[in-house]
Write a protein that binds this ligand. Structure first.
Ligand code: DLL
Length: 435
């Protein structure tokens, strides 16, 4: 039986959704133009006025907003409501420069938590569930978002935050957690620790997991599902647009439904900015049409993705996005070849390795080097040098087939690669340090 949190919205006809989106967009653009000098200047520069935006068909006329704009306007330059009406701040773990801070009114928090409630419901959650939140709490949106959504659904909420993995498992057992929310890399680590503690999925009551905040492959999904005995659902979001729950997966596990009554998606060519037809891969752009404090019009996410309106077996009509294929700024160019970490992960898991690996890129004598350290499991481990060398050679060959360039593979002993309790760091690009 399909469960919806907001059936009227989640299964709305195309026509009604466009009408709703258009009404909200028109009002949002007007509000922003009148209240945020930064937006007004950008729109004036492009020669667009609120009168030019009459429906979603006019969205493409608006200027883009990028992370650089957020940095330039830091911290208050994009606020569309007085601070006295804001009740919350979250911030992203940006890698360089100033962090991005996002503001929320109570309306914005409610809207966001409702999106998370839709995600939890789509993963089968009801008020009968015990939901363990093992995303980090704090400035990161993972903990707060799923926590709020869990309360809305009425689940018994375990606000664990990330870390202290054995204690996570102990609580999971003692309190009978049925839904786990954390990053996929942390879920894999919890699965591994469960096994190390001599336990099996039969010793816990988990039935579902809601994992996101970082890219993860289908292969990794299967590994997690097996190790924890659950169905694993993807969840997508970003701080600038609210947090987790911008899009969520349903039982079909074939892409994530975007909460398009709040966030209109577009796919653009990252080079030219041109809007691409449905089904093409490009950069995902969002316009938040009814957030109050931090509206975000045509925000460029840098995530590479495609959209589809194909009918979904779950009955929802909300447009779907595929798993992000990486970020345009995650893509490495190694010896002239475009390489995404997810391609390497896919090969590793296909070849029977775990997702515990580290990619190191450097430049020596003007040539790029690619070193991949891959951890062996206790069963794969061998102290015979030849066995290890043979395995390294065959894995390097499989990666070369995928990427077109040869890596140096280093198989390392079990438990030597640092585990992640939040977003995993799997790439170190030392070339940037030399530049
Ligand atoms: O990661 C929000 C979130 C928390 C989403 C918990 C899901 C679960 P940020 O820290 O601002 O927000 O990072 C946003 O993370 O632009 C993507 O590149 C990446 N990302 C988020 N979810 C997924 C996902 C949170 N399911 C950035 N798959 C985004 C792939 C994801 N990448």
């Amino acid at each position: 039986m399909a469960h919806y949190w907001h059936e009227d919205i989640e299964c709305m006809s195309r026509e009604d959704m466009r009408k709703l989106q258009s009404e909200r967009l028109v009002a949002q653009v007007k509000h922003v133009y009148e209240h945020v000098p930064y937006y007004r200047a950008k729109m004036d520069e492009k020669g667009v006025t609120p009168d030019d935006i009459q429906s979603v068909d006019d969205l493409h006329k608006l200027p883009f907003l990028s992370k650089a704009d957020l940095r330039e306007a830091y911290p208050y330059g994009l606020l569309a409501k007085p601070l006295s009406e804001c009740v919350r701040i979250h911030s992203t773990s940006g890698t360089t420069g100033k962090r991005v801070v996002a503001f929320y009114t109570q309306h914005d928090v409610d809207l966001w938590e409702d999106c998370c409630a839709r995600a939890i419901t789509a993963a089968g959650g009801t008020d009968e569930d015990v939901l363990q939140v093992a995303y980090g709490y704090g400035l990161f949106t993972g903990g707060a978002g799923l926590h709020g959504g869990s309360h809305k659904v009425g689940c018994l909420t375990l606000p664990m935050s990330s870390g202290n993995t054995e204690r996570q498992i102990q609580f999971m057992r003692d309190l009978g957690s049925t839904i786990l929310c954390c990053t996929p890399s942390y879920a894999a680590y919890i699965g591994e620790t469960l096994h190390d503690m001599g336990l099996t999925p039969d010793d816990i009551k988990l039935k579902a997991g809601i994992f996101g905040a970082e890219p993860w492959t289908e292969e990794m999904r299967r590994t997690i599902e097996q190790s924890l005995g659950i169905k694993a659902y993807d969840i997508f979001g970003l701080t600038e647009i609210s947090g987790p729950g911008v899009a969520f997966e349903c039982s079909e596990q074939s892409g994530m439904h975007i909460n398009e009554d709040h966030f209109i998606p577009e796919i653009i060519d990252p080079e030219t900015g041109e809007v691409l037809p449905e089904g093409e891969i490009g950069e995902l752009v969002f316009t938040a049409i009814d957030k109050e404090a931090f509206p975000m019009l045509r925000y460029r996410t840098r995530d590479l993705c495609k959209l589809t309106r194909e009918k979904c077996g779950c009955g929802r009509t909300l447009i779907k996005m595929c798993k992000p294929m990486g970020r345009s700024d995650d893509m490495m160019i190694i010896r002239g070849v475009n390489v995404f970490p997810s391609q390497i992960e896919t090969v590793l898991i296909e070849q029977g390795y775990t997702p515990n690996y580290l990619i190191e890129v450097d430049r020596k004598n003007n040539t790029d080097t690619l070193d991949i350290s891959v951890e062996l499991t206790a069963e794969q481990f061998s102290d015979k040098m030849k066995d290890v060398q043979d395995r390294e050679r065959s894995l390097a060959a499989a990666i070369k087939t995928m990427l077109g360039i040869s890596p140096k593979v280093h198989l390392v002993s079990p438990k030597t690669i640092t585990r992640s309790e939040g977003k995993a760091v799997r790439v170190i690009d030392r070339r940037k340090l030399h530049d």
